[in-house]
Design a protein around this ligand. Structure first.
Ligand code: PLP
Length: 389
């Protein structure tokens, strides 16, 4: 059977290579410390799990869920108002997704025709690229560079490209570069999108994993943002519900309706038991959110301080669950070679920056998804690796 040509474009050589080597290293009996995938290692709070136990016994929770419980959409609207001071109409401005990935993957199918340009951060979260390839659009990478504080330089986008662009992806707090953005940046994005008639899709998955008292803002809090775009919010990171597969698209009603049109041909909604858990998460006690962020903050500090003691200075991020680490001083080879050598010699798995785009060269992404003791062990192993290098 010949696979469709679009699948060839979707394969990621680097992720496959890391996976292969991980298996070999494990076969040698080495305990791999996997700081690769950004999957939360903590469970949801007990009250969220209990809500699912109760919901399981409700017999009206087993039909096709379709558009999502209105109570869930109201809960999300209230949460957005409390947290971001953004008003949302629960009927027309909130769409329930099977994880935000569902929306990130399908939005391009609703708006991008073959040959349309999509502006994508480089480095960027892989689904932004994959969604464009599935819709047969053309990718125009917007470099995220340290000297621009990892914000895209909108002025550097040629005018003819901007005119042909249909959609723009942005994501703050960012994966993989762990950078943050403020209202000023979002205001520039709104202005740019207005001028060139571009749909802005902001991914705000990490808004609640923020450190040292910092509170990320919603793109939709920017005046005019709802006219030009939507935002994707996820319960996966905030409430450790990654396996539940629940998220939201919020904002411009016409855009959401088009996304819903695609989705209504593909799925029949999120299991109502999971929707109940979403309500419990959004409306219940929020201490778990602070505790979760504190956990990542402590891990960040263990790793940043530990690596600094080895002479490897990694910027301490203000939010997200990652370090975006320039390769250690004096390391002359590529990010890919560094990640492969590190995994092979120490069993510590990090992702080469180039897995997320060309501009990721010279960096690795380290996910803070292990407890502090395991991270100390990782530092120890990295220390031996750096000594013999
Ligand atoms: C983890 C993550 C998400 C969340 O995806 P879900 O499908 O909601 O689990 C979205 N965007 C980015 C950048 C992420 O890292």
């Amino acid at each position: 059977m010949e696979k469709a040509y679009r699948l060839h474009k979707l394969t990621s050589a680097i992720f496959n290579e890391m996976d292969e080597l991980k298996k070999q290293v494990e076969q040698r009996g080495v305990q791999v410390i996997n700081l690769g995938v950004g999957s939360p290692d903590q469970p949801p709070a007990p009250h969220i799990i209990e809500s699912m136990h109760r919901a399981l016994d409700r017999l009206d929770n087993y039909d096709y869920p379709l558009a999502g419980k209105i109570e869930l959409r109201q809960a999300l609207a209230r949460w957005y108002l409390r947290r971001f001071e953004v008003e949302l109409d629960p009927v027309s401005e909130v769409l329930v997704l099977m994880g935000s990935q569902d929306g990130l993957a399908h939005i391009a199918l609703a708006f991008v025709n073959p040959g349309d340009i999509v502006l994508v951060p480089d480095p960027g979260y892989p689904i932004y690229y994959a969604s464009i390839l599935l819709a047969e659009g053309d990718i125009y990478p917007m470099p995220l560079l340290a000297r621009n504080e990892f914000l895209p330089d909108l002025k550097a986008i040629p005018e003819d490209i901007a005119r042909r662009a249909k959609l723009m992806w942005i994501n703050y707090p960012n994966n993989p570069v762990a950078a943050v953005a403020d209202e000023n940046f979002f205001a520039r994005v709104v202005e740019f999108a207005r001028e060139f008639n571009i749909l802005v899709c902001h991914d705000v998955a990490y808004s609640e994993l923020a450190f040292d008292g910092y509170k990320p803002v919603s793109f939709l809090a920017t005046p005019g943002a709802k006219d030009v775009g939507i935002e994707f919010y996820s319960l996966s990171k905030t409430y450790n519900m990654a396996g539940c597969r629940i998220g939201f698209a919020v904002g411009n009603p016409k855009v959401l309706s088009a996304l819903n049109q695609v989705k209504s041909n593909i799925d029949y909604g999120v299991f109502k038991v999971i929707q109940e858990a979403g309500i419990a998460a959004l409306e219940g006690p929020q201490e778990c959110v602070r505790q979760n962020a504190d956990t990542y903050q402590r891990r960040r500090d263990v790793l940043v301080h530990g690596l600094a003691e080895l002479g490897w200075y990694v910027p301490s991020p203000g939010a997200s669950m990652f370090l975006w680490a320039p390769l250690p001083p004096g390391y002359k080879k590529s990010a890919r070679e560094f990640a492969l050598e590190l995994l092979n010699r120490t069993g510590v798995l990090v992702i080469p920056g180039t897995a997320f785009g060309e501009q990721g060269e010279g960096y690795v992404r380290i996910a803070l998804v292990k407890d502090e003791d395991t991270l100390r062990e990782a530092v120890k192993r990295i220390s031996e690796f750096l000594c013999t290098h």
